[in-house]
Each structure stands twice: as structure tokens, then as C-alpha cells.
Design a binder for this molecule. Structure first.
Ligand code: NAP
Length: 355
């Protein structure tokens, strides 16, 4: 038996500190970075089914804000529910330091829901996926393109949008974690693709890195419906919706007959006291549009099929992925907040440790 001083270490954590009241903005002060906790880097004796992990990479995702809204408490029953005083929880990548679970062994790499802390003792391993890691793919990709985000882009585009070669496709929040992938999938499928983003730097990425046909900075446009008419004189077949609000209102009159809208997210509404109304919904009827919301959590069975498709595309350089990497657990709260002000350029990742 080792000396306790050697196996008990400090465990830095990001704690959920305060509810967001009403539908206010997420602030870094809703969370607290603490070094109060310690953890024993040894599995308890005589208990099977546990793993001890060193947490490496964290994914920042917009849905995490919902788990901090006072008004949403009690509305989710899954393992992502945040409890006051407990660590924030999200998708991430971790290394197994020790295991008494038959599915995992020491040294395994995993991705799935993990706490925002340096080390975890995990009992509920059901949602964790083992990574078959090869050096030619960055490990951090399992927070994004090879994780929940990539799967969202994949099912949203291929399952919900029913794309056909030659379709015209519009993607909002196009340079973000999901948008950049949807645009590239659409190009690989032989579609004409336009993206919108909130800065000229992001527009440049869309055109020169991700291969969008056209892109615009929505902050510089006064009349979004007129802007879209300019880019789609014959209308939009597919709209991949990430932002909602004014953008959706501008898109609806520009949709083509039998157009498809995948309602993935409506981030523009998330910091408003009262959601904006949509004026142009009647075009759903005039244009026989199919608008469908989806939740990636219903599609995890598609993950093996998805990786079979995406891994070769990454390795052959046919798909590229931009990450916005922040170093240090202490910077995780501000990185998460930045999603709601457009600070992130690409997938927002937080590095706790590179190994
Ligand atoms: P992301 O695009 O990487 O980051 C969020 C981006 O949203 C920001 O960079 C910003 O880009 C844009 N944004 C923030 N506030 C905005 C506002 N007020 N108006 C317009 N744009 C705003 O995030 P992501 O992870 O790829 O998520 C994209 C969307 O998918 C989100 O709505 C998210 O909730 C949703 N989502 C849905 C599912 C699902 O299962 N349905 C799963 C994951 C994510 P700009 O600077 O370009 O404005």
C-alpha cells in the first residue's frame, strides 16, 4: 500500500455555482474554479464497474447553458443535469488511469460525458465510448468532428435535410463546430453552399478554408431576406438552422418549393429575455416546406456508421476541421460563455492536459 500522500492529489474543478435567473446571459460567474477537492488516485478495493480517469479535453457546447437555467431545473432526467455545488458536466476526452470495469483497461482513451475536473472516479460508464486512437487524427477531435458535434452535423444534414446533388444549401453559424462540417458535407455532395457568420475573419475561413461557394457577415447586412435573395436568386433547397430569430425569418420567403429546414439550434434566442417572433411562417405552407427539429441524442446508434464515413475523409484531407483551443481548466468558464458572443472561431475546446 502506497503512502496516502502519494495517492491523494488536489483535483481542480469547475463548479456550477449559481443558476441563471429568467433567460439571462450565461456568465463566467455562474461557475467557480476551485482547488478545494482532493481525489485518491487509486480505485476503492472490492468494487467492480468503476474507472478512474485523467480528463484531457473538454467540449464547450451551447446546450450546457440550458442546464444552468433555473427555469429548466427538473426538466431533464439524464446524466447531464447540473446540480448546484457539483462540477459542470459536458462531453470530453479522458484517459483511463485504472479500471475495475470489464469493458475498460488502464491506458484506454474514452469520450463521452465527463465532469469538468482534472480527475474523475466514474461509476456510470454507460455513455462512454472507447476511442480506437490512431496518431494521424488529433485526440481533441473526439470533442468535435469525431464526437457529438460531428454526429449532429451528419444526421442533421444527411437524415433530416435529404440532400440531392445540385441542391442549394444555406448554413447559419457556418464557421462553428457544426456549421463548418455541414458546409463541407454539402460540397462533397455536389451542392451549392452559402454560409453566414458574425465576422469578416469567419467569412474568410468559410470561403478559403472550408470551400463554401459564398459567405457573408450577417452583422453587415441590413435586410437578411434581400441578402439571401442576392445569394440564392432561384431560392434555397436546404436551410441548416443554427441561429433562429431574424435569420429564420429572412430565410423562409427565400425557400424553394418542397425545401427542407433542419432545425438544429436557435442560439440567437438564448440570451433574450423574450424570444423574437417569426413573421414569415406562412411560407411553410406556400412553399410546402418540411421543417424538422432533431436531437442528436436520438441518433447515437448512427455513430459507428458516421465514423466509418468521416475517418477516411479526414485522413485523405477531404474534410478539414478548425478548433479554437483554450489551455487550462481555469479558462473553461469564459470559453463556454464565448459561444454566446461569437468569440469562438471553430470548435471550442478546452485542454486540461495533453496526456
Ligand atoms: P458554434 O457554432 O461553434 O458556436 C456558437 C456560434 O453561434 C458562435 O460562434 C456565433 O457565431 C453564433 N452565435 C452566438 N450568438 C449568436 C446570436 N445572438 N446570433 C447569431 N449567431 C450567434 O456552436 P455549435 O456547437 O456548432 O452549435 C451550433 C448550433 O447547434 C447551436 O444552436 C446549438 O445549440 C445547436 N446544437 C444542436 C444539437 C442538436 O442535437 N439539435 C446538438 C449540438 C448543437 P457567429 O460569430 O458566426 O455569429
Amino acid at each position: 500500500m502506497e503512502d496516502d500522500a502519494e495517492v491523494v492529489v488536489q483535483n481542480k474543478q469547475v463548479i456550477f455555482k449559481d443558476y441563471i435567473i429568467n433567460n439571462g446571459s450565461l456568465k463566467a460567474s455562474n461557475m467557480a474554479v476551485t482547488c478545494d477537492a482532493t481525489i485518491r488516485l487509486e480505485l476503492p478495493n472490492n468494487e467492480d464497474g468503476l474507472i478512474l480517469t485523467k480528463n484531457l479535453y473538454l467540449s464547450c457546447d451551447p446546450y450546457m447553458k440550458n442546464r444552468m437555467l433555473e427555469s429548466m431545473q427538473g426538466k431533464f432526467n439524464d446524466s447531464f443535469q447540473f446540480a448546484l455545488g457539483s462540477p459542470v458536466r459536458g462531453f470530453g476526452v479522458a484517459k483511463v488511469l485504472d479500471s475495475s470495469h470489464s469493458k475498460f483497461t488502464k491506458g484506454d482513451l474514452i469520450w463521452g460525458p465527463i465532469n469538468w475536473e482534472e480527475y474523475s472516479l466514474i461509476k456510470d460508464t454507460q455513455a462512454l465510448i472507447k476511442i480506437h486512437y490512431t496518431d494521424d487524427v488529433p485526440l481533441s477531435y473526439y470533442t468535435g468532428i469525431l464526437g457529438m458535434t460531428g454526429l449532429t452535423a451528419y444526421v442533421g444534414f444527411y437524415d433530416i435535410c435529404s440532400p440531392k446533388k445540385g441542391d442549394t444549401v444555406f448554413v447559419s453559424a457556418a464557421s462553428g463546430a457544426i456549421g463548418q462540417l455541414v458546409g463541407q458535407f454539402a460540397k462533397l455532395h455536389g451542392c451549392y453552399v452559402v454560409g453566414s457568420a458574425g465576422s469578416d475573419e469567419k467569412v474568410d475561413l468559410l470561403m478559403n478554408k472550408f470551400g463554401f461557394d459564398e459567405a457573408f457577415n450577417y452583422n453587415k447586412e441590413e435586410d437578411l431576406s434581400a441578402t439571401l435573395k442576392r445569394y440564392f436568386p432561384n431560392g434555397i433547397d436546404i436551410y441548416f438552422e443554427n441561429v433562429g430569430g431574424k435569420m429564420l425569418d429572412g430565410v423562409l420567403p427565400n425557400m424553394r418549393l418542397h425545401g427542407r429546414i433542419a432545425a438544429c439550434g436557435m442560439i440567437s434566442q438564448s440570451n433574450l429575455d423574450k424570444p423574437e417572433g417569426i413573421n414569415n411562417l406562412v411560407f411553410l405552407i406556400y412553399k410546402r416546406i418540411r421543417m424538422e427539429g432533431f436531437q442528436v441524442s436520438d441518433y447515437f446508434h448512427s455513430y459507428p456508421k458516421f465514423t466509418e464515413m468521416i475517418l477516411p475523409l479526414i485522413k485523405e484531407g477531404k474534410i478539414t476541421y478548425v478548433e479554437d483551443i483554450v489551455e487550462g481548466l481555469e479558462n473553461a468558464p469564459s470559453a463556454l460563455v464565448g459561444l454566446f458572443t461569437g468569440n469562438n472561431i471553430g470548435k471550442q475546446v478546452v485542454v486540461i492536459s495533453h496526456e
